[in-house]
Design a protein around this ligand. Structure first.
Ligand SMILES: O=P(O)(O)OC[C@H]1O[C@@H](O)[C@@H](O)[C@@H](O)[C@@H]1O
Length: 480
C-alpha cells in the first residue's frame, strides 16, 4: 500500500515545540511505516521521518517569515497532486485547500478534518462531500452538513510520557495563550484554590497576553515559563496536581489533556467540544462549568486515581489504536475504489468509471461461466477481443468470435461462459444510471452466490446505498 501523507507546513513534521496537526501526522506516519506501509510524507524539508520525505518547502513558514505561506502552500499541495498516480491513497491533513485538487485525480483522498477554524470554510468541505472521504477527530467536531466515514481520536506516543504516581503541588496550564484556551480563567481558578499555577505554551494572542495575563504573573505563585519541548513537557505534565483546561470554545480534540492523563495527571476542564468524549467525570478528571466549580474540583482531586488516568490514555488514546483505525479505513477505501476484481470465473479490470458510463475488460478462464443474472439500472454492450464465448440472453443462445459484439438490454437475463481452452477476453461498456456491483441479481451460479444481492437490489431501487455506492458517487463527482 502506497500512501501519500500530506502534512501542513506551518511547522516541521514532527514539530519542534507547538504544532498539533504536524505532531499527529508524524505519529501516524511513523506508526504506519513500522507496520510496513510505504508512506511518502509531504512536509517541510527539515522534517524527519523513517518513511520517504518529499519536500519542496525549505522551512516552516511560521519559523521563517520571509516565506509567503500562500505561495508555498500552493507549491506543496500541487507537488503531491501532480504525483497522485504514484499512490494508492492520499491522506490529507492540510485542511480544505487540497480538496480543490481532488477532482483532478482518481486516487482516493481521505481528509482528516482537524477542526473548523470558522464556519466560513464549510462551503469548501460541502462541495467535496461524498467525493472525498472525511474523518472527524471527535464526534463533537462533526458538521451536520457533511458525511463522515469515521471518527478517529488522536493517539499519542505513550512511551514519551512517563507515568508519575505522586501528586504534585502545582496546577498547570498547558497550551496556546489565547482567550479561547482560558489562560485567564486558569489564573482565577488557581488563585481561588490557593495553589501555584505554571503556565506553559506559545503566545498566540499577544494583546491578550499583555493585557490579561502578564499583569497577573508574579513569578512565584503564577508563573509563565514560555513554550516547552518534549522533555520538559513530560516532567511538567507528570509532576502537576492537575491540568486546568477551562476552554471557551468547542475544542475539536485536546492533545494536552490526553498527554496529561498519560503521565497520570487528571484534568479539570469545561465541558465544551470534545471534552465530554475524552474526560469521564470523576475518573480521569472533572468536567466543571465555571471557575468556582473548578476550584472546588481542585480540592477533590485526590479522589482520582492517577493510575486510572494512565490506563484511559493507554486504552483509548494510544498511537497504535490510531494507526489500526486509519489502516482499517485505508483498506475499506481501497476495497471500494479498486479497479481490479478477482472472481471465481476469472477477473475484470475497470478501464473507465465516469458518471455516464463504465468500461471493463473482462477475462473468463477456460471452462468457467459467470452467474445467470440481470441488472436493473444498466445495459451492457460487449465486444469480444479473444476466445469464443457462449452467451445466453433471455431465451437466446449465441456463440461469438473475436470482433463480434452483443447488446444486453437493461433487465435482460444473461450469462456468459467460456467453453473453450483459451481465456475469453471481452470489453464491456455499461450505460445507465448506476454501475455498482450491487446491481447484479443472480438467478443461478456455479459458485453458490445466487440470491446474494436480492436485498441490496431492493435498497438500490430506493434511494441511497451508503458507502457501497460511493464509487459511483465519487466517479460522478470526480469527473462531473
Ligand atoms: O456475478 P458474477 O458472475 O461475478 O459476474 C459479474 C459480472 O457480470 C457481467 O455480466 C457484467 O455485468 C459485469 O459487469 C459483472 O462484473
Amino acid at each position: 500500500m502506497r500512501i501519500a501523507m500530506l502534512s501542513p507546513i506551518a511547522w516541521r513534521t514532527p514539530p519542534r515545540h507547538y504544532g498539533p496537526w504536524e505532531r499527529v501526522v508524524s505519529l501516524l506516519t511513523e506508526g504506519l511505516v513500522r507496520r510496513g506501509v510505504e508512506v511518502t510524507l509531504f512536509a517541510t524539508a527539515d522534517s524527519e521521518t523513517s518513511g520517504i520525505l518529499h519536500a519542496v518547502v525549505p522551512r516552516p513558514y511560521e519559523e521563517d517569515k520571509t516565506l509567503d505561506p500562500k505561495v508555498w502552500e500552493c507549491l506543496h499541495i500541487s507537488e503531491l497532486f501532480e504525483m497522485a498516480d504514484d499512490f494508492d491513497l492520499i491522506h490529507n491533513h492540510f485542511d480544505f485547500l487540497p480538496l480543490s485538487y481532488s477532482g483532478l485525480t482518481t486516487t482516493p483522498v481521505l481528509t482528516t478534518i482537524h477542526g473548523f477554524s470558522s464556519q466560513r470554510i464549510l462551503p469548501a468541505y460541502k462541495k467535496y462531500n461524498g467525493k472525498v472521504y472525511y474523518v472527524s477527530i471527535s464526534d463533537a467536531d462533526r458538521s451536520p452538513e457533511l458525511t463522515y466515514m469515521a471518527t478517529v481520536y488522536h493517539g499519542i506516543d505513550l512511551e514519551s510520557f512517563t507515568f508519575n504516581d505522586c501528586n504534585g503541588d502545582y496546577l498547570l496550564f498547558f497550551g496556546r495563550i489565547h482567550p479561547e484556551k482560558g489562560t485567564r480563567e486558569a489564573i482565577e481558578i488557581a488563585s481561588r484554590a490557593r495553589r501555584e499555577l505554571i503556565i506553559a505554551g506559545v503566545i498566540q494572542d499577544q494583546e491578550y497576553f499583555r493585557s490579561q495575563i502578564e499583569p497577573r504573573l508574579d513569578g512565584q505563585r503564577i508563573k509563565y515559563i514560555g513554550r516547552v519541548g518534549p522533555e520538559k513537557r513530560n516532567e511538567l505534565l507528570g509532576s502537576a496536581l492537575a491540568l486546568l483546561h477551562p476552554i471557551s470554545f468547542e475544542e475539536p480534540f485536546g492533545l494536552s489533556v490526553v498527554e496529561a492523563n498519560a503521565c497520570g495527571t487528571p484534568v479539570i476542564a469545561y465541558p465544551r467540544g470534545s471534552m465530554p468524549e475524552i474526560i469521564h467525570n470523576g475518573i480521569n478528571g472533572f468536567l466543571v462549568k465555571d471557575v468556582s466549580a473548578a476550584a472546588e474540583a481542585v480540592e477533590r482531586i485526590g479522589e482520582i486515581s492517577r493510575r486510572d488516568c494512565r490506563k484511559i490514555a493507554e486504552e483509548r488514546f494510544s498511537r497504535d489504536r490510531m494507526v489500526d483505525e486509519y489502516l482499517g479505513l485505508y483498506h475499506q477505501i481501497l476495497e471500494q475504489t479498486k479497479r481490479e476484481d478477482h472472481r471465481p470465473w476469472g477477473y475484470y479490470e475497470v478501464l473507465s468509471d465516469l458518471p455516464d458510463h463504465k468500461v471493463k475488460r473482462i477475462v473468463v478462464f477456460p471452462g468457467k461461466r459467470l452467474s445467470l443474472q440481470r441488472h436493473k439500472r444498466r445495459a451492457e454492450h460487449w465486444t469480444v477481443v479473444s476466445g469464443n464465448p457462449l452467451v445466453i440472453r433471455d431465451a437466446e443462445k449465441i456463440s461469438l468470435n473475436p470482433g463480434d459484439s452483443i447488446d444486453i438490454p437493461e433487465g435482460a437475463k444473461h450469462r456468459v461462459s467460456n467453453p473453450g481452452d483459451e481465456p475469453v477476453v471481452f470489453i464491456e461498456v455499461q450505460m445507465g444510471s448506476y454501475f455498482g456491483e450491487d446491481d447484479i441479481e443472480r438467478f443461478e451460479d456455479d459458485y453458490g452466490r445466487a440470491g446474494d444481492n436480492v436485498n441490496q437490489i431492493k435498497e438500490l431501487a430506493g434511494t441511497q446505498v451508503r458507502w457501497k455506492s460511493h464509487t459511483y458517487e465519487r466517479g460522478r463527482a470526480l469527473h462531473g
